[in-house]
Design a protein around this ligand. Structure first.
Ligand SMILES: Nc1ncnc2c1ncn2[C@@H]1O[C@H](COP(=O)(O)OP(=O)(O)O)[C@@H](O)[C@H]1O
Ligand SMILES: O=C(O)C1=C[C@@H](OP(=O)(O)O)[C@@H](O)[C@H](O)C1
Ligand SMILES: [Mg+2]
Length: 190
């Protein structure tokens, strides 16, 4: 079953799991539009996510993010990538639960610290990880993993997989085919 309106698929997961990248790859493949709540926040605020954190603080960022998630779940019909912490908000959790209860697909892009570390690096664009990115990522993932697992209808491990391979596995899940794509099949694809 799929929802008659709303996103074709929603991607959740920690920073560096590849939500933004995979949303772009997957949307091209499906002929849909990709949307990212971090971009929506930047439009709402008129500045970068990093500047919202720095100048207005995290609570203000979360307010804008809640607004972005609510709006995107209501009107976007393509692929939707959420920011990694969006699932912590109770209102957004309820909205995601309603979306999946109506047949929507929520994909948890899972990743280990070993693979997420090099992906997020010391990128200034992720203010929550500044200082000690690996330790902060690990603590954040420990806290959030149960939430990602509870809200997801599908989990896709992204370790040692290219964004194209991850998108392929999500496509299989959307098509009702097994999500258990053999490693050699995914690895041969770019
Ligand atoms: N499956 C992957 N394998 C290797 N690198 C990846 C993968 N997915 C994303 N990346 C890279 O990791 C970085 C973070 O990806 P991004 O899509 O911004 O993650 P998120 O939105 O989940 O924080 C980017 O530089 C991106 O090119
Ligand atoms: O995990 C988080 O709390 C955050 C993740 C970021 O998005 P990505 O997960 O796309 O990096 C961005 O929303 C902000 O820096 C906060
Ligand atoms: Mg992102």
């Amino acid at each position: 079953m799929t929802t008659s309106t709303g996103p074709r698929v929603v991607l959740i997961g920690p920073p560096g799991s590849g939500k933004s990248t995979v949303a772009s790859v997957l949307s091209h493949r499906l002929g849909l539009v990709a949307r990212d709540t971090d971009t929506d926040v930047e439009v709402l605020a008129g500045k970068s996510v990093a500047d919202v954190f720095l100048e207005d603080g995290e609570p203000h960022f979360r307010d804008l993010e809640r607004e972005a998630v609510t709006q995107a779940l209501a009107v976007h019909e393509g692929v939707l990538a959420l920011g990694g912490g969006a699932v912590l908000d109770e209102h957004s959790q309820t909205a995601l639960e309603a979306y999946s209860a109506a047949g929507g697909v929520v994909v948890f892009l899972d990743v280990s610290l070993a693979h997420a570390g090099p992906r997020v690096g010391f990128n200034q664009a992720r203010p929550l990880l500044l200082g000690n990115p690996r330790a902060k990522w690990q603590a954040l993932m420990e806290q959030r993993r149960p939430v990602y697992e509870r809200l997801a209808t599908v989990r896709v491990l992204t370790d040692a997989r290219t964004p194209g391979q991850v998108a392929h596995e999500i496509e299989a899940a959307l098509g009702g085919a097994s999500t258990d794509v053999p490693a050699d099949q995914t690895r041969s694809e770019q």
